[in-house]
Design a protein around this ligand. Structure first.
Ligand SMILES: [Zn+2]
Length: 338
């Protein structure tokens, strides 16, 4: 055998034996893998946002194999593009984490539909009907619950059973896992609209059209813009801005801590890109709890109140997990029947 063929074979054997442990990017791994070990189980995930829909196809371990970002325009146009993305694959399930409010009660006739949204074209839009043609189990939850689940499956809160995920950006949303389960209650938590005490140092007003003094109305990105005439990233050097912002976030966190006793709190969203907020929030949370609660978690607030950890992948990975959980639920049901 010529020498170059022996060398080629040698490297091929080495490569194939190392392939499972190499960190090869998703698409390449899929192409290479399909020659030796065709992927059997693929899962779909959608992180549905007001401006874009992140669509992904993942392997059973949560590695993203294919991904596409589709602008959120009208339901017809957007869903058409999403179906085009997903239909080449035989999906085991589809998991969706969506902006809301959304009907998550499986017994309701409008289960899976977007409810009272300011994005009027999407009001009444039903995800379960829209993706029926993919012919797989569909799991759905809020975008923030998805992010909370993503962090708890793969990230900062991995393995914990009581976790709160808060996004502070254009709006404020709160996802909750309590005793290992995503919390829904009547609908789903609306933790952005808990009522807070307005600070005497606040030169502005609460901008929520529904409430005089709620978390979102006082501390979201748009409320910063309204109060100071500039977005947060142009106010980095203004200490007073972040003391006030930290005050509102700490008030909210202490309320969540007292009721839900989370083992970790994860903060994400555009406003939280200001790293300087974290020490302010931790200091104010400690002051407000005032040693009333004594727990090993609260002894180390640097580990207790943390930024999101998955490079903005927490939403899509959580959506994937929502789909996997739905798939397992359906499998268990089918097994019981047989
Ligand atoms: Zn409000």
């Amino acid at each position: 055998m010529p020498k170059f063929q022996i060398i080629f074979l040698f490297y091929l054997v080495i490569f194939l034996s190392l392939k499972p442990v190499l960190n090869i990017p998703g698409k390449l791994r899929y192409i290479l893998g399909s020659y030796t070990n065709p992927p059997q189980n693929l899962y779909g995930a959608i992180e549905a946002g007001g401006t874009k829909m992140v669509c992904a196809v993942l392997d059973p371990y949560g590695n993203i194999v294919f991904e596409e970002k589709i602008p959120t325009t009208t339901p017809d146009e957007t869903v058409g593009k999403m179906l085009k993305f997903f239909s080449p694959y035989k999906l085991s399930s589809l998991g969706i984490g969506t902006f809301g409010p959304v009907d998550l009660n499986p017994k309701s006739p409008t289960y899976g539909a977007i409810l009272n949204t300011p994005k009027l074209a999407w009001k009444g839009f039903n995800y379960l009907n829209a993706f029926k043609s993919l012919n797989c189990p569909i799991g759905i939850d809020t975008d923030v619950n998805a992010s909370c689940l993503g962090e708890t499956t793969f990230g900062a809160s991995k393995g914990l059973s009581n976790v709160i995920y808060i996004t502070i950006g254009t709006g404020i949303g709160v996802g909750v896992i309590s005793e290992g389960k995503l919390v829904h209650g009547m609908m789903h938590p609306e933790g952005g609209h808990i009522l807070l005490k307005k600070s005497e140092d606040d030169p502005g007003e609460c901008i929520c059209p529904y409430h005089n003094s709620c978390f979102e109305g006082l501390a979201s990105g748009p409320s910063l813009l309204k109060r100071y005439g500039k977005p947060g990233n142009e106010l980095v050097d203004n200490e007073k801005v972040w003391e006030l912002e930290g005050e509102y976030i700490a008030q909210a966190l202490v309320n969540y801590i007292m009721i839900l006793q989370p083992q970790k709190i994860i903060l994400g969203g555009g406003v939280m890109h200001q790293d300087l907020l974290f020490p302010i929030i931790r200091r104010k949370v400690a002051e407000k709890i005032n040693n009333y609660l004594l727990s090993k978690e609260l002894e180390n607030l640097d580990e207790y109140i943390v930024p999101c950890s998955l490079d903005d992948r927490q939403g899509i990975l959580g959506s994937f997990k929502i789909g996997v959980d739905k798939y397992e639920e359906e499998m268990a049901k089918a097994e019981k029947k047989n």
